[in-house]
Ligand binder design. Structure first.
Ligand code: HEM
Length: 215
């Protein structure tokens, strides 16, 4: 039988390709966006990780989610440093979440409250993505806007406490494989992962509308 980590990856491949192919990501990777678009995206991530990491703290003692709560993953401090750099010291007073971002954060919070195993789907979709494709975004951002390498502006993408991402991802896969639950529960987590991708896509669509390219 396919391991749960492999199932999660293969079952969400199509959704992964969809977010990768979104206009906003394409424009970002194509060096076609201004730094304000990147700052706006970072701001949205701050709202998403607010929900994700407040959830992690609430579920740290949960038997299912607890093993996934790893301080070396936490991104809020890095995001706040990036936003201070990108937006200036008053960034908190102007930061606001797009409706699609609110929907995403609210779904994470609902899982935290009512279905901890569903929270794992969100944890996986974000952090493993940040450790993988996130590195491509960091590299592009450094080149496009001249941020210091692995420094202010892109600290979100730098996992100081994870010197070997490949090894970390292998350990993470073992955690996924050990998630308790029957086949139905696993299928529900897979469905939640697809939903998480959809919520990311919604956020990218909204960002794409806010930062359309001139024809
Ligand atoms: C710039 C756009 C993106 C690129 C170029 C990209 C690229 C990649 C690559 C190359 C991998 C494979 C890494 C490996 O095999 O170890 C990967 C994995 C992953 N990506 Fe992305 N990605 C992007 C955006 C995203 C987004 C927006 C999300 C979700 C919000 C995401 C979620 C994931 C996840 C969860 C994995 C881990 C799959 C697994 O090993 O189970 N990616 N990505």
């Amino acid at each position: 039988m396919e391991s749960f980590s492999a199932l999660l990856r293969t079952a969400s491949r199509e959704q992964h390709e969809e977010v990768r192919g979104s206009t906003f990501i394409g424009d970002l990777l194509g060096h076609r966006l201004g730094v304000d678009a990147f700052a706006r995206y970072t701001e949205q991530l701050w709202f998403v990780y607010g929900a994700l990491e407040s959830g992690a703290r609430q579920l740290a003692a949960d038997p299912v989610v607890g093993p996934f709560v790893r301080p070396e993953l936490f991104r809020m401090t890095a995001l706040e440093r990036d936003l201070e750099y990108l937006r200036g010291p008053g960034w908190r007073t102007t930061a606001d979440a797009l409706p699609a971002t609110l929907e995403y954060a609210e779904r994470i919070t609902a899982c935290v409250r009512t279905w901890p195993a569903g929270y794992i789907a969100h944890h996986y979709t974000r952090y493993l993505g940040d450790l993988s494709g996130g590195q491509i975004i960091r590299d592009t951002a450094e080149k496009t806007w001249g941020f210091p390498k692995r420094g202010d502006g892109v600290r979100f993408y730098v996992f100081e406490g994870i010197p070997n991402p490949a090894a970390f991802k292998r350990t993470y896969a073992r955690l996924l494989d050990a998630v308790p639950g029957d086949e139905l529960e696993r299928q529900r987590i897979v469905a939640e992962c697809k939903r998480a991708y959809g919520l990311n896509n919604g956020m990218f669509e909204a960002l794409g509308k806010e930062f359309p390219l001139m024809a």
